[in-house]
Design a protein. Structure first.
Length: 164
């Protein structure tokens, strides 16, 4: 039995937390130091937003350029742009419906002269609109507002264990 003030916390593995953070794409400058010389290197990380501290962004994902995977701590001074996926767009389903609808015009006979271009035009416009509608750039949010999109909005737990 535990006393009233003592809580025994076991280390919580990330995959056991039922809530997921939103997907983010972070464009930032990484400074590498080799042989006493500093070199700036542009890097892009895409993955799940884990946490936001006053000066650091934590993302579980992979880097585009180097292919590295893991948890990345990115300082806010090096961030150039952040895109947050607020919800899945459904544009893939719209493309599928457009293709199927366009193929179905083969059974329309002479009416396909009208229905074929309608399916192509409307389907393309809807797909493009949906694919662009769900992303918000960092400029639309303050640094602290990004917390609401993180798996751990109050910061990484001290006993955090990344996936293996």
């Amino acid at each position: 039995m535990q006393s009233g003030n003592s809580i025994n916390l076991e280390a919580v593995a990330q995959e056991k937390v039922p809530v997921m953070g939103n997907k983010v794409k972070v464009d930032y400058i990484q400074i590498e130091e080799k042989k006493g010389k500093k070199k700036e290197k542009r890097e892009i990380v895409q993955g799940e937003l884990l946490a936001v501290s006053p000066d650091t962004l934590y993302v579980l994902g992979n880097k585009y350029i180097s292919g590295e995977k893991g948890v990345f701590a990115i300082e806010n001074v090096s961030v150039k742009k952040i895109e947050v996926e607020l919800y899945p767009s459904g544009s893939g389903k719209m493309v599928l419906w457009t293709v199927l609808g366009t193929l179905s015009t083969g059974s329309h006979g002479v009416g396909a002269i009208l229905s074929f271009p309608v399916w192509i035009i409307v389907g393309t416009i809807c797909s493009v609109t949906l694919s662009n509608s769900n992303d918000k750039e960092f400029k639309e949010f303050g640094w602290e507002e990004l917390r609401q999109y993180a798996r751990y909005p109050q910061g990484l737990p001290s006993n955090f264990q990344p996936q293996k």
